[in-house]
Design a protein around this ligand. Structure first.
Ligand code: PMP
Length: 363
């Protein structure tokens, strides 16, 4: 018998939102609306498409593993050093690298109950003990509870802000205080996958904890992870990044695969960054459409959790709603970790109207 890594045995398998093609095949449907993976329903910047086309002639050559041009642009966009950034094949890969570098069977990973499931997966694969801190009423999260749960074995604290799948966020004041009290032996992973959607709502800009503007907040061990998969609309290309001090980044670089971000992803991310008008359009539309969905859910008497991201978690009014929607060509998702709840991504006006119409038909 071959022997495998014994830490694998209890690791949950990540279940992504069903791809459109899969739903079409399974349910014999021509048209499917996917509101299952918090993607940007408006596509991506038009400049990206042109850059990807131009880059396609170089596909026979390996990419630049260091992502020279993208790094320069992002460093200037974020006002951080070029050596304070690491790129990943999606921010998921950065989470994986963090676990590989900072967790082992003697250490603990701390997170809130129901956080993004990948934290648990990557921590368990390292054999680390996963400790989950319970939530308050209405899925709120008390950062002091995390502080109380830190022990001398705690190596990494993961926080998704906002949280996937609840959409709940913690605010700048709470984080400022939390960071000040964070012990020096702990690395805080602040996952800001939905930052562009949330930033207008007084959530912290986590990068400020890497290059503190506020001198009262001492430098702590913090890494911010962000992605081009959401507001920038590049989920299919797989590119995300981490920002931390250069000591943390240089450790992570040791476990990064040589060509982890591909040529198309690098040029696409560079162009996407330049087109902030597209990001603003996407974020503004998301806010308006979220309001529309709130109103319609309220009219149907469905209980939802106000969200700071581009998705909404709601209590399913019937057990088979997820399947019934799928049969009718609407793909949403069970909210992982919250039995009886579903999560719908905010789509275009047409997609959302179709979702609401189908919801009414089923109910
Ligand atoms: N963090 C959170 C909270 C997410 O919801 C996601 C995507 N579902 C990710 C990280 C990873 O995104 P990506 O790998 O596409 O950058």
């Amino acid at each position: 018998m071959i022997k495998h890594n014994k830490h694998l045995d209890n690791v949950p398998v990540y279940k992504p939102g069903k791809p459109i093609e899969e739903v079409q095949r399974e349910y014999n449907l021509d048209e499917v609306i996917k509101l299952a993976s918090n993607e940007n329903p408006y596509g991506c910047s038009l400049f990206v498409k042109k850059a990807v086309e131009n880059e396609a002639v170089h596909l026979n050559r390996y990419p630049d593993g260091g992502a020279y041009y993208l790094r320069k642009k992002l460093a200037s966009f974020l006002s951080v050093g070029e050596d304070e950034i690491i790129f990943g094949n999606g921010s998921n890969e950065i989470l994986d690298m963090i676990a590989r570098v900072f967790l082992n069977p003697d250490s603990e990973a701390l997170m809130f109950q129901g956080s993004f499931i990948v934290y648990k997966i990557v921590s368990m694969l390292q054999g680390a003990k996963v400790k989950e801190v319970s939530l308050e009423n209405n899925f709120q999260r008390d950062l002091n509870r995390l502080l109380d749960a830190i022990t001398e074995n705690t190596s990494v604290v993961f926080i998704d802000n906002p949280c996937n799948p609840t959409g709940v966020a913690n605010f700048k004041d709470e984080f400022d205080e939390f960071i000040q009290k964070l012990p020096d032996h702990v690395l805080l992973v602040l996952d800001e996958a939905y930052f562009e959607y949330a930033k207008q709502h007084n959530v912290p800009d986590g990068i400020n904890y890497v290059r503190p503007i506020n001198p009262k907040i001492p430098k702590k061990n913090v890494i911010i992870t962000r992605t081009f998969s959401k507001a920038y609309g590049l989920a299919g290309l797989r590119i995300g990044y981490g920002v931390a001090n250069k000591d943390i980044i240089s450790k992570l670089e040791k476990v990064r695969q040589p060509f982890n971000t591909n040529r198309l992803a690098q040029v696409a991310a560079l162009e996407a960054l330049k087109d902030q008008a597209f990001v603003k359009f996407s974020v503004d539309m998301n806010e308006k459409q979220k309001e529309y969905l709130y109103e319609e859910l309220e009219k149907l008497g469905i209980c939802y959790i106000p969200s700071y991201a581009n998705f909404i978690m709601f209590k399913s009014p019937r057990e088979d709603l997820y399947e019934r929607l799928l049969e009718k060509g609407i793909s949403i998702r069970p909210a992982f970790g919250f039995d009886g709840y579903l999560r719908v991504s905010v789509g275009t006006p047409e997609e959302n109207e179709k979702f609401v119409k189908t919801l009414k038909e089923i109910l």
